[in-house]
Design a protein around this ligand. Structure first.
Ligand code: SAH
Length: 399
């Protein structure tokens, strides 16, 4: 890694305040003087009068065109800068390291841990790095070296999400150390899940839902008939079954979900007798359930922010309230709906409006029992709404 000469850029006035208020994200169109800059170039961001505001790097990604790394003009962006941030992030996860029942969690959360543009998750003995720009990828050797110096692991896998939608670039994702034999088994609060770090964009489990899975298992599942929609590998169904649910029904469009969900049940010694796995469009399943007069004690909704199936285009920002209406219609009185979204274009306030709208249209009453955002290992910057995407609400349908 060669140290590049720092280039000077000027921030547009409209964007000055957000940086001064502690947001490290350099928004699209916020900088002048970036023509011809290379990805990863270290930049000093100045105001109109030429006064230093912050030092960072230039990189085009789904969020913005770069990140401020320090507001201290004396601080160099070199290997030891990266190493200190990574060491500190690792130390902050001490409680998770000491939890023998949890072997998978987020180790480094981009800007929340001081360097925007990449995240690192620990899956038992393997690390997964997600790169969100070619710019940060320029620093790959330093980043891997710092992890090698401070974290115990066998091997590293990576996902390149370079394009402006943050979409995964297909390829062999093995990158450093020893290769893994997948699936590997990870533990989370004693629950076991299969993980494959070299099979497309997803790994088998979304680590940001750890507290939600625990809550479903420990507080809500006992004796319940549970419907888990957009179920993927059935992680919420596993949590419900381990919490003593009467039955679970997992619905997902993807063929892969059947085998992956069975394997997760298997890992946890859950008998398949009371667990249904349905490979089908959720919207179609809702119609079927209404026709057959099925109803559930608990309905879990965790759709992708955007999805296109043969018959449907679903956008969380536009269609969540309709999705909820369908769920309400097959939830028993006093039943629970777990409504979740990872859509970063609206906040909790707006999400609660969708909930209010849906119950209003269904002419049902409701009570919000609890709410979740990102867990602590998904370290966050309060001033940056883009990085605080997760919203989960436990809602009781009331008569
Ligand atoms: N709730 C899951 C994660 C969901 S990921 C968990 O906790 O692990 C999103 C899933 O939605 C994917 O598995 C995808 O196949 C599925 N999906 C997208 N559109 C769908 C639709 N219309 N009907 C059913 N499943 C759908």
């Amino acid at each position: 890694m060669k140290i590049m000469k720092i280039k000077q850029v000027t921030i547009e006035e409209a964007f000055e305040k957000s940086v001064r208020n502690g947001s490290p994200l350099l928004y699209k169109d916020s900088l002048k003087g970036i023509r011809g800059l290379n990805e990863g170039q270290i930049i000093d961001v100045k105001d109109k009068a030429g006064k230093f505001i912050g030092r960072g790097y230039y990189a085009i990604q789904n969020k913005g065109i770069g990140w401020i790394l320090t507001t201290n003009q004396q601080e160099a962006i070199d290997f030891s800068f990266f190493e200190e941030k990574i060491k500190a992030a690792n130390n902050r996860r001490a409680a998770l390291y000491h939890d023998n029942e949890t072997t998978a969690f987020r180790l480094f959360n981009g800007e929340g841990d001081g360097i925007g543009g990449f995240t690192v998750d620990k899956y038992d003995n393997y690390l997964l790095i997600q790169w969100y720009s070619k710019g940060i990828y320029e620093y790959k050797d330093w980043i891997i070296k710092a992890f090698d110096n401070h974290v115990d692991f066998k091997g590293i896998y990576e996902k390149k999400r370079f394009d402006t939608h943050g979409t995964y670039v297909e390829g062999d994702d093995f990158t450093f150390g020893e290769e893994g034999q997948f699936p590997i088994m990870v533990k989370e609060n004693g629950m076991k899940f299969a993980v494959d770090l070299n099979e497309g964009a997803m790994t088998g489990i979304f680590l940001d839902q750890r507290e939600v899975r625990k809550t479903i298992r420990d507080k809500y599942a006992l004796g319940k008939e549970v419907l888990n929609t957009f179920s993927y590998t059935g992680a919420f169904s596993v949590a419900a079954a381990l919490g003593g649910s009467k039955s679970t029904t997992s619905v997902d469009l993807a063929n892969r979900s059947r085998a992956k969900t069975s394997l997760n049940f298997d890992y946890n010694d859950i008998s398949l007798a009371d667990q249904k796995i349905v490979v089908e469009d959720v919207f179609h399943y809702f119609k079927y359930a209404v026709k057959k007069q099925l109803s559930f004690d608990m309905v879990i909704l965790d759709p992708p922010s955007f999805a296109r199936s043969k018959k449907h285009t679903f956008s969380a920002a536009k269609d969540y309230s309709n999705l909820l209406k369908e769920a309400i219609s097959i939830t028993k009185q006093s039943g629970i709906i777990v409504a979740s979204t990872n859509c970063s274009t609206f906040d909790m306030k707006k999400f609660k409006q969708f909930i209010h709208e849906a119950f209003g249209k269904q002419k049902d009453r409701y009570e919000i029992l609890e709410e979740f955002g990102l867990p602590e290992d998904f370290a966050n910057i309060r001033n940056l709404k883009e990085s605080n995407y997760l919203k989960v609400v436990f809602i009781k349908k009331r008569n």
